[in-house]
Structures are given as structure tokens and as C-alpha cells.
Design a binder for this molecule. Structure first.
Ligand code: ADP
Ligand code: AMP
Length: 217
């Protein structure tokens, strides 16, 4: 089963993916995580994309498509998983077309796209309060899901910090980029892939249940 979680930054894609991946035996592929990992490792790719991430703009389609190609082919080669769960990709119509071409090559399809519809007010509040563990990448929220001790990860004891692109000026930029470059992808898939709209403003458990109800029916 191959699924896509779609929605603006802060709509809860990463949070839901973490819950669904074990249950459905899927590889969670987040382009944001892959790019941040490259930045943290100070690889050639990381040096190239660091300022783009910090500004809230999108990394070029060719870089992201190359990362995705490797990730999707790795799941197929591994063979032990039921499929993949994409989070934060595709983000432009060009990326959606590139994904179409890759899937035509591997003989796979997208089984469903879940559109997490969250209001601008909700995502701004979530992104402003998001905190992330620098070591194991667990995501917290100062109000909705705080770590037991402020600044310390419950899971691994790592340092919990605010992402550089979760500051107010960059949040606004990222939401504008979503509206202008990412939302138009829905028209690309309309009538070709099953799309399910989920109310992303609901509490985390309710969103998970809504997705599970579709997947297991
Ligand atoms: P995305 O991956 O779409 O950018 P995240 O999953 O990282 O979004 O969620 C953004 C922030 O909002 C995190 O701090 C997370 O803990 C919190 N969050 C996620 N889903 C919900 C929800 N349904 N209700 C309240 N807070 C949420
Ligand atoms: P995310 O973790 O999904 O919020 O992504 C964080 C940042 O990584 C984005 O603001 C972009 O700069 C970059 N990024 C993540 N995914 C993509 C993508 N599919 N295409 C282009 N840039 C991306």
C-alpha cells in the first residue's frame, strides 16, 4: 500500500505518519527529514540546501526527485515492507510529474492521498509551538504535546529545540509557498488518484482514526 499525506506545513503529516507507519508496515519518507539530515551531516547536498530550508523556500525539483527516487527504490528492493507513506512530497506539479514517471517505471501506484485540511490559524499556532528533538527527531508541541521536562526529549534525553524555519517570518513564507506551489498539485491528481479530505483541525487521535477508517474499510 502506497499513501501520500498532503497538507500545509503544520497540518500534522509527520505526527500522523509516525503513528501509521508501524501499524501499516510502511516506510515513512519525509523529504524534510532527509534534507535536514543532510544539513546536520554537513554533506555536499546539505551545504547546498541549508540556506533554502532556512528561508522557507523550496529546494529544486531535481534534488528532491533524486532523493525520492533512491528512497522509493530502496523500499522496493528491501521487500519486507507493505509500501511507503510520503510526507512533504510531492510539493510542486513538477515533482508530481516526476513521481508519475518514477512509478510508471517501478510499476507502482499511489493508493490514496490524504489531504489534511487545517486552517491557517491552526497551523500557525502549531508551527510556532513545535519543538523537535535534535537527536531522535521526536516532535513535541509546547501546548498540545509537551515533553515532560522542558527542552529534554522523553524518548532519548536529547535536546529539544525550535526548528529554525518554525520562526514567525519563515512560517508565513512557507504557508505562502504552500498556497502558490503545492496546493495546485491537487488538480493534477483529481480524478486519477483517490483523495480523502480529513479535518486536520481535529485532535491528533481523531485525525488518526479518520485515516484508519478509510484505510481499513
Ligand atoms: P507537519 O509534518 O505537517 O509539518 P507536524 O506533524 O510536525 O506537522 O505537526 C506540527 C505541530 O503540531 C507539532 O508540534 C505537533 O505536535 C502538533 N500537532 C500535530 N497534529 C496536531 C493536532 N491534530 N492537534 C494539535 N497539535 C497537533
Ligand atoms: P518540512 O519538514 O516538510 O516542513 O520541510 C522543511 C523544508 O524542507 C521546506 O520548507 C523546504 O525548504 C524543504 N523541503 C521539504 N520537502 C520538500 C520538497 N518536496 N520539495 C522542495 N523542498 C522541500
Amino acid at each position: 500500500m502506497n499513501l501520500v499525506l498532503f497538507g500545509p506545513p503544520g497540518s500534522g503529516k509527520g505526527t500522523q505518519a509516525e503513528r501509521l507507519r508501524n501499524q501499516l508496515q510502511l516506510r515513512h519518507i519525509s523529504t524534510g527529514d532527509l534534507l535536514r539530515e543532510a544539513v546536520a551531516q554537513k554533506s555536499e547536498l546539505g551545504k547546498k540546501v541549508e540556506s533554502v530550508l532556512a528561508s522557507g523556500q523550496l529546494v529544486s525539483d531535481d534534488i528532491v526527485l533524486s532523493l525520492m527516487r533512491d528512497a522509493i527504490l530502496a523500499v522496493k528492493k528491501d521487500g519486507s515492507l507493505a509500501g511507503w507513506l510520503l510526507d512533504g512530497f510531492p510539493r510542486t506539479v513538477g515533482q508530481a510529474q516526476g513521481l508519475d514517471a518514477l512509478l510508471a517505471e517501478t510499476g507502482e501506484t499511489i493508493d490514496a492521498i490524504f489531504v489534511l485540511d487545517a486552517t491557517r490559524e491552526a497551523v500557525i499556532e502549531r508551527l510556532s509551538g513545535r519543538r523537535t528533538c535534535t537527536q531522535c527527531k521526536t516532535v513535541y508541541h509546547v501546548k498540545y504535546n509537551p515533553s515532560r521536562t522542558e527542552g529534554v526529549c522523553d524518548r532519548c534525553g536529547g535536546k529539544v529545540v525550535q526548528r529554525e524555519d518554525d520562526r514567525p517570518e519563515t512560517i508565513a513564507k512557507r504557508l505562502d509557498v504552500y498556497e502558490s506551489q503545492t496546493r495546485p498539485i491537487l488538480a493534477h491528481y483529481q480524478g486519477r488518484v483517490k483523495m480523502h479530505r480529513i479535518d486536520g483541525d481535529l485532535p491528533v487521535d481523531d485525525v488518526t482514526t479518520a485515516i484508519e477508517n478509510v484505510v481499513t474499510r
